[in-house]
Ligand binder design. Structure first.
Ligand SMILES: [Zn+2]
Length: 391
């Protein structure tokens, strides 16, 4: 039995207005200091107050939110008893909001013990609104939560389908002034979600169309959004929608090997998620296409117009990987870890930890080709020096 999960999604210019129709007593906005200083919390607060709600703020979210941060946020929620939790920000804020909401409803559950089976029994106290201020993670429509165990320096993937937000507000006004670097790396995250969602083991009829459309939109609009920013509102809006479409797609299928390796690089090297998964993607496609398992790269490359219908599967993967590298180059992103400033000695010193972290990541088993430990090391070596992963 399969499910397709989605919040109510309000999108396009003026989507934020939906907040002034919300019914309730009290809202807790979960966000970070950067969003506060950019003034993005103010229009949210204003509309919630116009709807008659008392508004409280928890502004301590940090990048890669820790288990402790979630415990602190849940304690604040229990203190002010909101009937709405409003996550506002990038993926870290939205993931923190989900975990804080669960901690508020289920104080008996430690944040790293939130698993996908059984019943959580949410929505006894509050519901969740997610408002993204980057066009990347798709966390406004998905349920997995990535937290960081600071003591053990590793990412912890938790979450339950019940913690899918109730309402996602995808308003392009909130991403109008994103800096170019964040536009580029979050945009490559969108592409990785779309391609892994389309080609992973759990791809399905309901997620395919969303992933395809999101991938098309990234190839068309990411270079424009990167180059012109606020001067190209159409490209901004399309990238914002593409992030949510890809979120719905991979959120109802899964991510795969580029995310396993990207999570490992993010946790060990403290580099941004989108930059890392986007950097890994063409290598993991080359590796996957070199195995025996059937892949869908040919179908995907043909749909995106990167190869003729007669190209064999591995050629399709090569053509797609080349197109992804061209796209990354066009938005000035590194194509290997060396380009990203990660030297040979530092890489050699980190390789064991990186390999162990990747092998522990749950997404590693969801691609068509499952790598051995030695193959993970080899793949990381290619990602470091820029050699194609054709083994
Ligand atoms: Zn991602």
């Amino acid at each position: 039995m399969w499910f397709f999960r989605s919040p109510e999604i309000v999108f396009g210019d003026g989507a934020l207005e939906r907040l002034s129709e919300i019914q309730g007593r009290c809202a807790l906005i979960v966000t970070d200091a950067n969003i506060m200083s950019l003034g993005l919390a103010e229009p949210v607060r204003r509309r919630l107050e116009a709807a008659g709600l008392t508004v409280r703020l928890f502004t301590e979210v940090e990048p890669d939110p820790s288990l402790d941060l979630v415990r602190r946020g849940a304690a604040i929620a229990r203190e002010c008893s909101p009937d709405w939790i409003v996550g506002l920000g990038g993926g870290s804020c939205l993931d923190a909001a989900k975990a804080i909401w669960i901690g508020y409803e289920r104080p008996d559950l430690e944040p790293d013990a939130i698993g996908p089976v059984g019943t959580l029994g949410l929505r006894q106290k509050a519901r969740l609104v997610a408002i993204p201020t980057t066009s990347g993670t798709g966390a406004e429509v998905t349920w997995p939560i990535v937290l960081t165990d600071a003591a053990e320096q590793r990412k912890v993937s938790v979450g339950h389908p019940e913690n899918t937000p109730d309402l996602a507000i995808v308003d392009p006004a909130l991403v109008r002034d994103l800096p170019p670097q964040i536009t580029a790396e979050t945009g490559l995250d969108v592409l990785t979600h779309a391609i892994e969602g389309y080609t992973c083991a759990w791809a399905n009829d309901f997620s395919d169309g969303l992933c395809l459309q999101a991938a098309r939109m990234v190839f068309e609009y990411l270079p424009r959004a990167y180059r012109h920013g606020a001067q190209d509102p159409l490209a901004r809006e399309k990238m914002h929608n593409a992030a949510t479409l890809a979120g719905l797609g991979f959120g109802n299928a899964m991510a795969a090997l580029a995310h396993a390796l990207g999570h490992a690089l993010g946790a060990v090297l403290h580099l941004p998620h989108g930059r890392m998964v986007g950097l890994c993607l063409p290598y993991t496609m080359e590796f996957t296409a070199g195995g025996d398992a059937p892949t869908r790269y040919q179908e995907l490359a043909r749909s995106l117009g990167f190869t003729g219908a007669a190209s064999p599967g591995d050629d399709a993967a090569t053509a797609l990987a080349a197109a992804i590298r061209d796209l990354a180059r066009s938005v000035d992103q590194p194509l290997c870890l060396r380009d990203a400033g990660f030297g040979d000695d530092a890489f050699a010193a980190a390789l064991d930890d990186l390999t162990a972290a990747a092998l522990m990541d749950s997404t590693i088993i969801l691609g068509p080709r499952y790598p051995s430990e030695e193959e993970v090391r080899q793949l990381l070596g290619c990602i470091h020096c820029g050699d194609p992963a054709t083994f």
